[in-house]
Design a protein around this ligand. Structure first.
Ligand code: SDX
Length: 434
């Protein structure tokens, strides 16, 4: 391969045939080789299972520098957003490309409040689930069902429909999530209140009851808001790519978000926060950490250190840094001086970060490593951890979906393959099969 600043030329060593492909440059980050005409000109596909070296789209929402441990949303660093803004502000930023001024912020928060209730008939979906159903199953089912209630906003070619669907999903997902938790406890659903902020409302709908006034702890609502910000969007991760691929066929946004929820559920992705807490509980004491680290390094053992490693970050996940600080703040506020799980997590992190295996493979704690300890301290059951991730990521999913629909280059996603199956063979009638 030979290259100039804006092209690469590939030579087929068998035939001597050459093909010159454009190199496209981003605002920052790696440039890309535009291979859209590769198959037509060479008869070759590229091969990249897991898309380790493949860009699927152009996007302006989120930039990650994995080597430096940098995460930007529309150019703003995640630690600055977590420290200085609110989740609704970050939602506005992702949807609209700039931080809202005072009026824009008030108007947007008012829109979210007005859309936070769900259709009353939607409540009947819950009774079809077992009380012990995993809340991610409930969230996935009920979110997909939203498309049966909002026929007035599923014309994806109508900018107004795209925006109102985005608002409805961001506003209703916490209500649906809180209802999933209430259903699992047998407690009555709590309707959203318009006098509360997004994070306060979610805590109210989750932990409040009709029997007495519910006072939201401001430290906990600030922590909840910060956790939502940290999980809002993350470039073309598995669940976001699922939403984009589903949306590329023209499926309605509610169905696309349900697909994203399904993908996020996996333990290698958003399900890792639940898996981290189960791992820490299984470790049980600091004395068992060396055994766990040995298992994580053993090629013959498929055990992995949950909450460690990342496809993009080869440095500390900047979200994990903020999460670790928030963990100490929340436990301190709650007066939890001795949390064995935090002791185990911090010792595990210390040992792993000094171990050559993790150092060489550049495996650092990711966003899921500390989040579960905070959420457990806030009173959430482990089964709700990935639900909270989905509540926050809905804005990222719908912003990416909207960007894709509005991208003039977008077309239905349809990857090819390297076929390794049977070549053509004659049919064998049943009577002649051995
Ligand atoms: C999220 O993509 C995103 O942006 C996701 C996310 C988001 O915000 O959307 O950031 C959210 O999903 C965070 C990741 C949560 N998952 C976990 O914590 C699960 C544990 N981590 C791993 O399973 C793994 O690190 C992945 C899935 C996160 C990344 O896997 P990759 O990029 O496919 O890397 P890999 O599996 O090829 O691993 C590279 C090497 C392998 O060893 P070798 O085969 O090269 O010898 O590192 C090893 C792996 O065995 N390795 C681990 C490990 N993670 C990778 N070994 C032990 N413990 C681990 N956690």
């Amino acid at each position: 391969m030979t290259q100039t600043a804006d092209t690469v030329t590939l030579t087929d060593n068998r035939t001597g045939k050459q093909v010159t492909l454009p190199v496209l440059h981003g605002a920052i980050g790696p440039s890309v080789i535009d291979i859209r005409k590769l198959y037509a000109e060479t008869g070759y596909f590229t091969y990249d299972p897991g898309f380790t070296s493949t860009g699927s789209c152009e996007s302006s929402l989120t930039y990650i520098d994995g080597d430096e441990g940098v995460l930007l949303h529309r150019g703003y660093a995640i630690d600055e957003l977590a420290e200085n803004s609110t989740f609704p502000e970050v939602c506005y930023l992702l949807l609209n490309g700039h931080l809202p001024n005072v009026k824009e912020k008030e108007d947007f928060e008012s829109i979210l409040r007005r859309h936070s209730m769900v259709h009353e008939q939607l409540t009947r979906f819950y009774s079809g689930f077992r009380r012990d159903a995993h809340p991610m199953a409930v969230l996935c089912g009920v979110t997909g069902a939203l498309s049966a209630f909002y026929h007035d906003s599923i014309d994806i070619d109508d900018p107004y429909h795209r925006m109102i669907s985005s608002h409805r999903l961001i506003a209703k997902i916490p209500t649906i999530a809180a209802m999933a938790y209430k259903y699992s406890t047998g407690q009555p659903f709590m309707y959203p209140r318009n006098d509360l902020s997004y994070a306060e409302n979610f805590l109210y709908m989750t932990f409040g009851t009709p029997c007495e006034p519910f006072k939201v702890n401001p430290i906990l609502s600030k922590a909840m808001d910060k956790i939502f910000i940290l999980h809002a969007d993350h470039e073309q991760n598995a669940s976001t790519s699922t939403v984009r691929l589903a949306g590329s066929s023209g499926a309605n946004p509610f169905a696309c978000i349900a697909a994203g929820i399904a993908s996020l559920w996996g333990p290698a992705h958003g399900g890792a926060n639940e898996a981290v807490l189960k791992m820490l509980e299984e470790i049980g004491s600091v004395s068992r950490i060396p055994e766990i680290v040995r298992r994580a390094k053993d090629k013959n053992d498929n055990f992995r250190l949950m909450g460690f490693g990342h496809r993009v970050y080869k440095n500390y996940d900047p979200r994990a840094q903020v999460m670790r600080q928030t963990c100490h703040e929340v436990l301190g506020e709650l007066g939890i001086k001795n949390e064995p799980l935090l002791d185990i997590a911090m010792e595990l992190e210390k040992i792993a970060l000094e171990d050559p295996y993790f150092v060489e493979k550049k495996l650092y704690p990711n966003v899921d490593f500390y989040s579960g300890i905070i959420l457990k301290a806030m009173g959430f059951p482990t089964s709700m951890f990935t639900v909270l991730f989905a509540v926050a990521r809905t804005v990222g999913w719908i912003s990416q979906w909207k960007e894709m629909i509005e991208d003039p280059q977008q077309k239905i996603g349809r990857p090819r393959q390297l076929y390794q199956g049977q070549t053509k063979r004659p049919f064998i009638p049943l009577a002649q099969r051995g």
